[in-house]
Design a protein. Structure first.
Length: 365
């Protein structure tokens, strides 16, 4: 990756900061942060995560900025995750270093005072989820594709998902963590992962109206409530439940183990084709990932954001060393034959999970 260059314009009222992959413009009462790496699906690198931190630090000292847009420049993805190739080039041991930097971003986002408005217009996976989850206003479009696919790859759902997914209703969070399933468009709102659904062709007009409102009013009038009133005019009311909502609730909500979930699905597999499909997905995913993600889900219910982010930093390297992620990359991304380290969840002992989740001291954010 080329060295990022920051260019600051001191000749106007605004102070835009430009880089190859991230752009930030700071106006008197709003800021606009744009992910600009479309050829790589807006995936993040270590340097991008560090630069994003610098934007957030600056915003912490700008009490007059009331609203922040978080969006893509173009392309099919809002952010499809971390760029593994660039991460490996930037750091050694790369994955752990990147995980710290992106978890620090998530921690900072969870404490921001400004009203962040995240425009989730495209693929939102991994790092993209972490970047946007703590935005106070999240907007989905017909292009939104949400997923945390780590169980398919032999890893844990990270970037703070161990905190926010357990807080979704009706077992939806656990379902997403274990299956790696994709939610699309309006279903992202139905699941509780976005607040509004707006057609993508209306987004530019919405941003323009919000900017005009901010520039025409005193800072004290620019509140989350006033911004939501503008957004309401553009949004489509989303009704109904997830298509699989009742199946998910029956087989995932309140279950005490992965084995209990599998048994519940197996009991209905012959009479319910959706239960059979979910069962087949879980059987194909990494058994260790299923057990580790279930454990993360249960622990995360009673932890703070910071505690979950630090737990991820402790658990992640142990799962990397376990080896399923190498097999998962071969199996899923490279389409090669590969077997998980252990074939069944029953083969993984309670002691193994406890060892992986044994608390270790990690760096402060």
């Amino acid at each position: 990756m080329n060295r990022l260059e920051l260019v600051t314009n001191h000749l106007t009222a605004s102070t835009p900061q430009q880089s190859q992959y991230l752009k930030a413009e700071f106006q008197p009462h709003y800021a606009d942060i744009v992910i600009n790496r479309p050829a790589q699906m807006n995936t993040f690198t270590i340097k991008m995560a560090q630069q994003y931190q610098s934007f957030l630090k600056r915003l912490n000292n700008m009490a007059h900025v009331k609203a922040v847009f978080l969006r893509k420049a173009e392309g099919p993805a809002f952010c499809a995750g971390g760029d593994l190739k660039s991460i490996m080039q930037e750091s050694n041991p790369a994955e752990r270093f990147y995980q710290y930097e992106i978890n620090k971003v998530v921690y900072m986002m969870s404490n921001m005072e400004q009203t962040f408005i995240a425009f989730l217009d495209g693929i939102v996976m991994g790092t993209g989820v972490g970047l946007s989850f703590f935005a106070r206003i999240k907007i989905a479009t017909e292009n939104t594709l949400f997923a945390m696919p780590e169980s398919k790859l032999g890893y844990i759902t990270d970037v703070g998902s161990g905190w926010f997914l357990p807080r979704l209703r009706n077992g939806i969070g656990l379902y997403l963590m274990l299956t790696g399933a994709t939610l699309k468009g309006e279903d992202v709102v139905r699941a509780g992962l976005a607040h509004y659904f707006i057609e993508s062709e209306k987004l530019e007009s919405l941003r323009r109206e919000i900017k005009e409102f901010i520039m025409e009013n005193r800072a004290d009038k620019v509140t989350e409530e006033s911004l939501r009133k503008i957004i309401d005019k553009y949004s489509k009311k989303v009704t109904g439940e997830l298509a699989l909502g009742s199946v998910i609730k029956e087989h995932f909500e309140g279950k005490k183990s992965v084995e209990e979930i599998l048994a519940s699905l197996k009991n209905k597999a012959e009479s319910n084709k959706e239960a059979k499909k979910i069962l087949d997905v879980l059987k194909a995913n990494s058994p260790m990932s299923l057990k580790a993600n279930f454990e993360l889900h249960e622990r995360g219910k009673n932890m703070t954001v910071e505690e979950v982010l630090k737990l991820e930093l402790s658990v992640g390297p142990k799962l990397m060393a376990y080896g399923d992620i190498i097999k998962g990359v071969k199996k899923v991304l490279m389409k090669q034959e590969s077997e998980w380290v252990k074939k069944n969840v029953e083969d993984i002992t309670k002691e193994e999970i406890e060892e992986i989740f044994k608390s270790e001291k990690t760096r402060d954010f």
